[in-house]
Design a protein around this ligand. Structure first.
Ligand code: PLP
Length: 380
């Protein structure tokens, strides 16, 4: 008997399962709203013009295919953290950041989680918002940390559960880790306002809660980098020492190239150097070193002012299209006679929209109209 005979079929991935069912459907009018990737007006993937140009430049340089260092391309990840914190950030001036290139946002979260799993001295519990991106839970659990939840979204108002969030943050044991979506919360599209972020930062500082920022949509949410980085910069100004996972999957459309970075903010340059060396010892046995092609593309964009401006325009195209789609969907529902309030659709931000549709309504849309989406009614 095979030693693998006892291995049971693992459950399918909730989101990828939707695509499988969609592909099997023979209805020519079928629509898949369960893909977490940008589509243009023809429902096609979009390679950003800035990325096309950057890639052309990378290819003409005919670089070799040698290994990157364990920590990746230094010029790339230095620009990456500068983009998030702003070029004048005190953290960067004093070189208090330990930053490495990562395998996109997931890889950054995983390395950050592994570092915390090894070194975190506080409560070994990571608090995630309810709801959150389904991969957060296994990422932290794989690193030996426990996972719990904090209140975030109110299904009745389809907005931030401000009171619940406040109460949660006041109740979470001190020195716990709290995961925050820096902007364009996935899957609800509901973000705190500037004042609310200030309050969250203040409570977390007072209660020694450790912020772990997931920044998967910088510039993609509003079309403006500085606006989308607001939460992060509030926390930086308040003196938090946070962890930050960055991804260039959505905002550069580099999904399959796996481009990202991880930063751990330290108290001194010396501390940052020691943390950086330990990040390398975590990365080395996991995947040795990251791929170079995507990071080279991102770096071309970062280092050329003209190309960078072109990218900012591309970002606006994507952000404006998602904003326009929200408006059109709401207008269409109203013109078809819906008296329900759909205001939340236009209030939400980013790629995801929490429609408020219930599982049975989603099932009916799929069965009768071949419209595929997640069971919780999120449009991806
Ligand atoms: N974090 C959030 C909230 C996401 O929505 C995603 C992608 O959907 C990621 C992280 C990681 O994506 P990637 O690993 O492709 O960068």
């Amino acid at each position: 008997k095979s030693w693998l005979a006892g291995v049971k079929m693992a459950p399918p991935d909730a989101i990828l399962g939707i695509t499988e069912a969609f592909l099997k459907d023979e209805n020519p009018r079928k629509v898949n709203l369960g893909v977490g990737a940008y589509r243009d007006d023809d429902n096609k993937p979009w390679v950003l013009p800035s990325v096309k140009e950057a890639e052309k430049r990378v290819i003409t340089q005919r670089m070799n295919k040698e290994y990157a260092p364990i920590h990746g391309l230094t010029a790339f990840y230095n620009k990456s953290i500068e983009l998030a914190l702003g070029p004048d950030a005190e953290i960067l001036m004093n070189k208090r950041n330990a930053t490495v290139q990562s395998l996109s946002g997931t890889g950054a979260l995983r390395i950050g989680a592994a570092f915390l799993g090894l070194f975190w001295k506080g409560e070994r519990m990571v608090y995630l918002p309810t709801p959150t991106w389904p991969n957060h839970r296994p990422i932290f659990m794989h690193s030996g940390l426990k996972v719990a939840n904090y209140s975030y979204y109110d299904p009745n108002t389809r907005a931030l559960n401000e009171q619940g969030l406040h109460e949660s943050l006041c109740k979470i044991p001190e020195k716990s880790i709290v995961l925050l979506h820096a902007c364009a919360h996935n899957p609800t599209g509901v973000d705190p306002t500037e004042d609310q972020w200030c309050e969250i930062s203040c409570i977390m500082k007072e209660r020694h809660l450790y912020p772990f920022f997931d920044l998967a949509y910088l510039g993609f949410a509003s079309g403006n980098i500085n606006k989308d980085a607001l939460a992060l910069r509030i926390f930086a100004a308040d003196g938090h020492q946070f962890c930050l996972a960055q991804s260039y999957a959505k905002n550069m459309g580099l999904y399959g190239e796996r481009v990202g970075s991880l930063t751990i903010v330290c108290s001194t340059k010396d501390e940052a150097e020691r943390v950086h060396s330990n990040l390398k010892t975590i990365i080395r046995p996991m995947y040795s070193n990251p791929p170079v092609h995507g990071a080279r593309i991102a770096l071309e964009i970062f280092k050329d002012d003209k190309l960078f401006c072109l990218w900012l325009e591309d970002l606006k195209v994507m952000a404006n299209r998602t904003i326009a789609m929200r408006k059109q969907l709401t207008e269409k529902l109203i013109s078809l006679g819906s008296t329900h309030s759909w205001e939340h659709i236009t209030n939400q931000i980013g790629m995801f929209s929490y429609t408020g549709l219930k599982a049975e309504q989603v099932a009916r849309l799929t069965k009768e109209y071949s419209i595929y989406m997640t069971k919780d009614g999120a449009l991806l």
